[in-house]
Ligand binder design. Structure first.
Ligand SMILES: Cc1cc2nc3c(=O)[nH]c(=O)nc-3n(C[C@H](O)[C@H](O)[C@H](O)COP(=O)(O)OP(=O)(O)OC[C@H]3O[C@@H](n4cnc5c(N)ncnc54)[C@H](O)[C@@H]3O)c2cc1C
Length: 370
């Protein structure tokens, strides 16, 4: 890139902290760094015209795990690990609401529900484990988290009882990200969009950062690229695409809240008299292990079937938008927060509940630097 002296001096010289990625983690990390080091020069580099991973594509569930999802996690994680996960998700949500305010993010405490398929024994399994789960989470919420309620929404092909979680809510994802960006700009932090970080080299007292447009040096580098982290050497993280649909407005829509099915693999909610639904990556785990942002006929059809047979069996409804976003997964559900080199750090691999976790991971990433 043909950079002028002015461009170099004003945008790329004397950078103390460079953050790669302007999702929830990158933006929150920048705010915490600014709080800790008010005089520091902080630069965020983002490869998309808008943030382009998960933070602007998600479903806006302010959640910390349905009954069946937590029971499934208990098969691969210890009790302590699952309780800690729920604790950091709840704490992350508290911080997000505190930082931006419920009005700015349209937080709505409608509660969360779980639908159980007619076939199989998932419902019976949750029924036998509900007291155990509630006692496990009692120290965090000081109350019973899960209960069962009747299926008053007319969902088809599911058990008559739904799981219910009064502590779950929903937000407006776009408003949340716009509010975060507003905070970051207000602190004088620069964001450069459509800059793809390709590589970095740790030199003795700085990091040389190579992008699609220019190369420059920064004292510290913080990687907040979640599902794309393996591109910059965090090879434990695997991308997982998630596809989403939203309907046209529906007259007299009674469905209100957030809803989970099949251990969190499917999810839906109301928004602006519409239904947003997504998931289904388990139908093609291999094909969905990708960073390519597109929709596929197999999963779009499964989502449309779910909409027509289960969610709104009595209603004729059309789809208005569809999109996809990229999750960052690894062998454990706990995010990866670590120092990679003397002044290089990462906070990545947030899984499917990064709206909840993001603020806390951003804060902890900022705390990793000395
Ligand atoms: C469809 C979908 C639905 C979801 N629903 C929910 C939900 O309802 N509730 C919930 O809690 N969580 C949900 N999640 C998960 C949640 O959105 C994420 O965990 C969270 O947004 C991760 O934030 P992040 O900042 O770590 O990553 P991201 O938001 O992915 O940000 C990473 C950024 O880095 C940029 N980037 C990547 N590589 C580079 C590079 N080399 N150079 C420059 N920039 C780069 C990307 O463009 C991206 O903007 C969902 C995710 C998806 C995909």
């Amino acid at each position: 890139m043909n950079l002028s002296y002015w461009e170099y001096k004003s945008w790329l010289a004397n950078i103390d902290y460079t953050i790669v990625g302007s999702g929830i983690v990158g933006l929150t990390c920048a705010l915490h760094l600014k709080q800790r080091f008010p005089k520091a020069n902080i630069l965020i580099l983002e490869k998309g015209a808008l943030p382009q991973g998960a933070s602007t594509k998600n479903a806006g569930f302010a959640c910390f795990g349905s009954m069946s999802e937590l029971l499934s996690d208990l098969k691969s994680h210890s009790e302590e690990e699952v309780v800690e996960l729920v604790k950091i998700r709840a704490e992350g949500l508290r911080q997000l609401r505190c930082l931006l305010g419920d009005k700015a993010i349209n937080f709505q405490p409608f509660g969360g529900h779980e639908l159980f398929p007619q076939q199989g024994d998932l419902y019976e399994h949750c029924l036998t484990k509900i007291e155990y789960l509630n006692s496990l989470l009692q120290p965090i919420f000081k109350d019973k988290v899960f209960s069962f309620v009747p299926n008053r929404f007319g969902f088809g092909n599911v058990k008559e009882q739904l799981g219910f979680n009064a502590f779950e809510g929903q937000i407006h994802t776009g408003n949340m990200m716009k509010a975060l960006l507003h905070e970051v700009h207000a602190c004088g932090i620069s964001i450069l969009n459509q800059i793809h970080v390709i590589n970095y080299i740790q030199c003795c007292d700085s990091v040389k950062i190579e992008t699609n447009a220019f190369t420059f040096s920064s004292t510290h580098l913080l990687i907040a690229t979640n599902g794309f982290a393996s591109e910059l050497g965090v090879s434990e993280v695997m991308p997982a695409r998630n596809q989403v649909l939203i309907t046209k407005p529906i007259q007299n829509l009674k469905i209100k809240g957030t809803f989970h099915l099949e251990q969190g693999y499917y999810y839906f909610r109301n928004i602006d008299n519409r239904i947003l639904l997504g998931g289904g990556r388990h139908l093609d785990s291999k094909g969905e292990t990708t960073t390519e942002l597109r929709s596929t006929p197999l999963i779009q059809k499964a989502l449309e079937d779910l909409l027509k047979k289960t969610i709104l069996p009595e209603v004729d409804v059309d789809i208005e938008y569809s999109w996809s976003g990229i999750l960052g997964l690894h062998s454990q559900k706990k995010p990866i927060l670590k120092q990679i080199d003397s002044t290089v750090f990462c906070g990545v691999g947030l899984g499917g509940m990064g709206v909840a976790l993001g603020s806390l991971v951003g804060q902890r990433l900022a705390q990793l630097v000395d």
